[in-house]
Design a protein around this ligand. Structure first.
Ligand code: SF4
Length: 288
């Protein structure tokens, strides 16, 4: 849940989710639509699907997470970072999970650009210093907390317990530059089939990779001549991950919809609708 979402936002969702699915076994038996409902509002629904798929996959292993790095990485949605976090927190493995915060800490201590950090070398050069205490899960959590509370984007160096050893703090020639994720812009045309009875046609079938499995209206990369019989409602911007979307929103009152589409009530909260589609529906609602 904490990927791309802040702790304060996550806490109530986490508490509700864990009340409903207190262990992997109960999660593995859940229906996808119920899990999506429990996730509703957090966005990035792919995380919930991966979680559910992992719980189902782990049933074969009596709901025990693999202890091996390569094995744990075979679970849906588990990359290098998550694998390291799980192995450290659950099995106390001597490892470090390098997320953005932890990279920032090491780039400052070593006064090196984030892009030039060699994570394996950092671990192997400091084996004894990092792992001698055998409190590896605490160490991984401590690094996360240190990045969140002290070595923040605007660091509190005066309060820092390791300031004497920090090359960034003690250097006059600071070499750190922030790595910016470049946002790409996509121009999209969104076509909404709507009815007089306040319904909108939505589908999960689309060939836009970044919206795969989303419940959405018809969406196409912008072209010049595909708007016949459609009325423009408005132009607006939206962002998904590292994509900036320039959207032209069209609508058409219709009694029929293409194959693979279903009618959904506008204003009903019964279905799980991603926030991307909710924004579209909010605009469409103004037609009534
Ligand atoms: S001295 Fe400042 S920059 Fe260095 S590790 Fe501490 S908080 Fe971070």
């Amino acid at each position: 849940m904490l990927q791309q979402t802040q702790v304060q936002t996550v806490i109530p969702y986490f508490n509700r989710f864990i009340d409903k699915y207190p262990n992997l076994k109960s999660l593995s038996r859940a229906k996808e639509k119920d899990v999506m409902k429990a996730w509703e509002g957090l966005g990035y629904y792919r995380r919930a699907r991966f979680l559910l798929a992992s719980a189902k996959k782990l049933e074969k292993n009596n709901f025990k997470l693999p202890r091996d790095f390569d094995e744990i990485k075979k679970l849906p949605g588990v990359g290098e970072y998550t694998a390291n976090v799980l192995l450290a927190l659950i099995y106390n493995n001597p490892t470090i999970a390098f997320d953005g915060n932890v990279k920032r800490i090491f780039s400052r201590i070593l006064n090196k650009n984030v892009d030039l950090l060699n994570q394996e070398k950092i671990k192997s050069d400091n084996q004894r210093a990092f792992f001698f205490h055998n409190r590896n899960s605490d160490f991984v959590e401590a690094l996360m907390e240190f990045g969140a509370l002290i070595c923040r984007p605007k660091p509190l160096c005066e309060k820092c317990p390791i300031k004497k050893n920090c090359l960034f703090k003690n250097s006059k020639t600071v070499s750190i530059t922030k790595t910016k994720i470049k946002k790409t812009t996509k121009k999209l045309d969104i076509f909404c089939y709507v009815t007089k009875r306040k319904q909108i046609g939505l589908t999960k079938k689309n060939n836009l990779g970044f919206l795969k499995d989303f419940l959405i209206p018809k969406i196409m990369i912008r072209e010049k001549n595909n708007k016949k019989n459609w009325s423009l409602l408005k132009n607006y911007s939206n962002s998904i991950s590292n994509k900036k979307l320039d959207i032209n929103l069209y609508y058409k009152f219709s009694k029929t919809i293409p194959k693979n589409f279903e009618w959904h009530s506008i204003g009903s909260n019964k279905e799980v609708i991603p926030s991307f589609t909710k924004k579209i529906i909010n605009h469409i609602e103004k037609l009534y």
